[in-house]
Every structure is written in C-alpha cells, then in structure tokens.
Design a protein. Structure first.
Length: 574
C-alpha cells in the first residue's frame, strides 16, 4: 500500500512523532532502530497475550512476529507489546480462579493504557485463553482505532486408547477416579495424552466460542479463528491481518462501525448455533457496553431462543474445533445461518466488505456432518438458554446442548463456596435428585465469579451428571455439561434470592420455558431478607478488592466502568 494515503495529521501518533516539540519522543524511537521513514508512518500496536502459563498462549509471540511483517509490508510501523493472561485450565478448582474474570477487564484496561500512552494509530490483538479474547475485543471497541482480532488457534485433540479426548475428559476422569472407576495409572495416562500441542482448549468451550464470536461479529478475518494453533496456515492469517489493518486506517473503518447491535445479534446466533459457552452471555454484554449499546443477558437469551442448534461440537456433541475448520470453518456455520434467514448479512467487517459479501462464495460441504443446515437442526432452539424467575429476577443461563432432560425439580442443598461443594461431591455426601446451590461466588461475592468445572466434571465423572442439578451465582466453564445453571442474579452477596435459600427449599428449573423458581412466596422471601446479613470476604485489598468495588451485575456483563454511553470522546479522536 502506498504510504501517501495516510494523513498523519489526523492520526493519534501525530502527538508523539510530528513537529519540533516531539524531538525527544522521536529520539526514543530512533534508539530502537527506527528510521525517519518508519517514524513518519502510522504506528500500529501489536498486542499479544503471550505467556508461558499454558499452551493457549505459547504460540502467540511467534504469530505476532508474522503480524508485524504484514504491517511493515503495507507501509506501517508495528510496535509490539504484551499483556497478561490468566488461564482457566490452571486457575480452575482453587482460589486462583477468582483472578480469571478480573483478568478480562485488566487486559482491556492495560491495552487501552498502552495504546493511549504511546499514541498508536491502530491495533492488531492476539489472544488465546478464555478471558483474553473478550478482553482484547473490549479494548478494540473502547479505543475505536482501526483494529483486527487474531485468535491464536485451538489445540489438537489428544488420543486415549483410540478415543479422541480433550482436557474436559481429564477433569471428568478425576470424578471417575474419586469413586474408584479409574486407576492411578489410567488417570496419569489420560492427563499425559489429552493436550498434545500448543493452542486453546479444542472443543466449543469459552475460547473457541469467543473465537467464533470474533468472526461473526466482524472483527477477525474469515477462517482465521478456526485454524488450529499448530497449522502453518495461521501465518497467512497473521500476515494478512497486519496488511489489512493498514487498509482499515486508510479507509478509517473503526470497530464501532463493525460492532453494531446487528453484529452483536450475529455473535449471539453463532453461540447458540454451535452450543457454545454460557460465558458468552457475560462477554457479549461487556463488549456492547464498551460501544454504548444496551445488550444484556435477556437480549442475548432472546437470540438464543430463536436460533437453531446446528453444529455438533463438544462438550455436548461429537466434534472439536479442528474438525469444524476442516469441514469448512466458521464461515460454513455462518453461511448455514445466513441461508436459513437468521444472520444479518449487511453488517460491515474488517475485510471492508459486508458479512454477506464475505460469505458469497462459501459453498455447502455435503461431505461432512459437523455442521447441519437450519432446516435439519440438532434442536430447533439454541444450545444455550436464558432463565428467569423468582430465584433469578436478573436472569441465569444454562447450556442445554446435548442434554435430554430439560426439566428438573428437587430440594436445595446449599453451600457458601465452591470448596464446600467440591468436598461434598468428592466424598459423595449428596443425594440423587438434589439441587446443589453454590453461592457467594458472584462478581462481588467471590470476588471474581469463579467457574465451577472441577465440581461439575467430578459429578459427571461419578455418573451423576443428569441425576441432579447445580445452580450458582458464579460461572461454569464452557466445558461444563449437565444441568448446571450459572450467572444467577442478583447474586447472594447483594442479598439476591439465592442467598436466602435454605436446605430443603424446592427449586424447579424449566429450560424449555426458560424459568427458574423456588417454591417460596414473596412474603417468605421478604421475611428471610430482613434476617439476611452481608458476608465479608478474605480479599480486603489488592486487585480483587478493587474489582469488587466497581463490578456490576452479571446481567450487564460484570463490567467495571460506565462504558461508551458515558463518553464525551473516544481515544481514536484525540
């Protein structure tokens, strides 16, 4: 691309690179080996969530180098920086999980501060593990400079005695081991086989769900979010993203031109159609909030209700992300929705074309059974369902993909932390037919709204996945399966009904009608509320304390600042 198309006088980097007063600033750039010509070009932030915490992130730095080559080839000057990631697979099942959701907002904040402080003109963001994907996209729409998202790619599936496995199988193996159905040697064998490469969890858990969202919402190049991390084709997507962001600068196509109400609806559709993670119902409202768009849990649930479930993906189904990529990728899924009259085809994307234009040449692949047509769905409504009732006036969420029974009623068995419940599950100190209640794990009460995969996977491994229900004001992993209801709001820490429950209260859940109720009158709930007292936490300083002071309800995305609707200007217009 010809550098002459860029008018530096209208770009943020003019504040650090143009005019005699910026000589000291330019001296720092010369110190890093940049030429006068490179300093005069647009400066593109290449933000990576690389770290050595987990396979999800380990390949991101290499991919970032290819992005930089693409930026440079199109007459831009890339400036690489990293931000944090908390990896759920390692944080899961202990106090470290309180850091996970908090990290999403820290990622968005740190990318914002780096971009603002150095006045970069555009952003290419690379992310791998669950919260880093929405965190990076939140930063993009908050800053509103031309941006492209890149997913680091999924892990390859492992093999255990001829059977394809993922990390979900390891969590469930722990449950089998706890009741004597798996030996120490077999558990060790499965843990060593489950994760054979770099990349994020391979099924339609939170990372791949939000990667699917990135393409559907228009912030990532077509096919780029489906290719597994080890595939060399990822370099082509990375290079092309670096080139394409320069075109977005020239045309001034910004994230808020792309992330509209219709685009958010498209994103919710692909979550429902793929049986994706319930966490999307937290992250889509948060992304919308950055744009100043009102799009809460109930708006997401309404889309889920109208969208057929058509992609047979784990944990509820048969296949992993690699299989869908090889069958035709995320565009095949979106094309099925578009042809079925569901997807909004007129949404702008980072290609500079509309979604319908991007999908125009996508042809149906009849030689695969990963994705079905909307005329022949797995179920006629989505794989994720929103719930509401006197137990959850602000809503709740459940993944029903792969479930046969969508109704449950039973007595409550209350636990005031995940650890209490996990101990009871490990010792089988529960009864079939109960509704296990884990409370004081919400955004404020945790603090941090932990996921409960260790507990739910242990139950499933014990063969109890469909014989009881579990509800929480915390979250569930995208790998969770069974009758598990999360995001119950208001949370216990602010006096929500879930905090007023007592052992034996009868809870009824109907995932067809979308209801969750406890058999208590309003008068009884009011009487219990008068006796309820707030609980303290062990987090009275530091990042988790700070988060608890500002975070709002899960219904609105558990966000920590007023959002785009309160702006008087955005960064891109400084």
């Amino acid at each position: 691309m010809d550098a002459k198309v860029f008018d530096k006088s209208k770009l943020p980097s003019r504040h650090t690179t143009v005019g005699p007063a910026r000589a000291p600033h330019r001296s720092y750039l010369y110190a890093m080996g940049l030429s006068e010509a490179e300093i005069a070009q647009p400066l593109v932030g290449v933000a990576s969530c690389w770290n050595e915490a987990a396979p999800c992130n380990i390949s991101l730095m290499r991919q970032a180098q290819v992005v930089k080559k693409g930026v440079a080839a199109a007459n831009g000057t890339p400036r690489e920086f990293c931000t944090i990631t908390v990896t759920d697979g390692i944080a899961m099942g202990h106090q470290g999980m309180k850091s996970s959701l908090v990290s999403r907002d820290v990622i968005a904040d740190s990318v914002e501060l780096t971009m603002r402080g150095h006045c970069y003109d555009a952003l290419v963001g690379l992310a791998g593990c669950d919260k880093s994907l929405p965190g990076m996209m939140m930063a993009m729409v908050r800053l509103n400079v031309p941006s492209i998202f890149i997913y680091g790619g999924s892990i390859l599936p492992g093999t255990f005695r001829g059977r394809q496995i993922t990390v979900q199988d390891v969590f469930e193996a722990v449950g089998q081991h706890s009741v004597g159905n798996m030996s120490d040697a077999d558990l060790q064998e499965i843990e060593q086989a489950a994760c054979p490469s770099a990349g994020s969890c391979g099924a339609q858990f939170t990372a791949n769900t939000m990667a699917t969202v990135a393409e559907a919402i228009g912030l990532a190049l077509p096919y780029s979010c489906g290719a597994p991390a080890p595939y060399e084709i990822r370099d082509r997507f990375s290079f092309a993203s670096g080139e394409k962001v320069m075109e977005l600068i020239a045309k001034q196509i910004r994230p808020r031109d792309i992330v509209t109400r219709k685009a958010l609806e498209n994103a919710a559709m692909v979550v429902a159609a793929s049986g994706g993670s319930t966490n999307a119902a937290l992250h889509l409202p948060a992304i919308a909030h950055e744009c100043g768009i009102s799009f809460d849990l109930f708006d997401v649930a309404e889309i889920f209700k109208k969208t057929p479930y058509i992609a047979d993906l784990k944990p509820g189904g048969k296949y992993v992300a690699k299989d869908m990529f090889e069958a035709g990728g995320i565009p095949l899924l979106m094309k099925a929705l578009l042809d079925g009259g569901f997807l909004h085809g007129d949404c702008m994307t980072v290609t500079g074309r509309t979604m319908a234009e991007n999908l125009e040449k996508v042809r149906w692949n009849p030689d695969q059974d990963v994705v079905r047509t909307t005329a022949n769905p797995i179920t006629v409504t989505g794989g994720v369902v929103g719930l509401k009732g006197n137990l959850a006036p602000e809503g709740a969420i459940v993944k029903v993909a792969g479930m046969k029974n969508l109704h449950f009623s039973g007595p409550a068995r209350c636990f005031d932390s995940e650890e209490e419940c996990f101990e009871a599950v490990s010792k089988k100190l529960y009864k079939e037919g109960e509704v296990l209640v884990i409370r004081y794990e919400g955004p404020k009460g945790g603090p941090g709204m932990r996921e409960m995969l260790s507990t739910t996977a242990a139950l499933y491994g014990q063969g109890m996945g469909d014989k009881l229900a579990l509800i929480t004001d915390g979250r569930f992993s995208g790998a969770t399966r069974g009758f598990c209801i999360g995001h119950v709001g208001p949370e216990a820490a602010v006096g929500g009904p879930i905090g007023l429950l007592k052992d034996g209260d009868i809870i009824t859940i109907d995932a067809v009608e979308g209801t969750i109720d406890v058999a208590l009158s309003d008068a009884e709930l009011d009487a219990r509320r008068k006796d309820w007292k707030p609980r303290g936490t062990d987090y009275n300083s530091g990042a988790l304390w700070k988060y608890a002071q500002t975070v709002n309800s899960a219904r609105y995305g558990a966000v920590t600042h007023p959002g785009g609707s309160a702006e008087t200007h955005c960064y891109a217009d400084i």
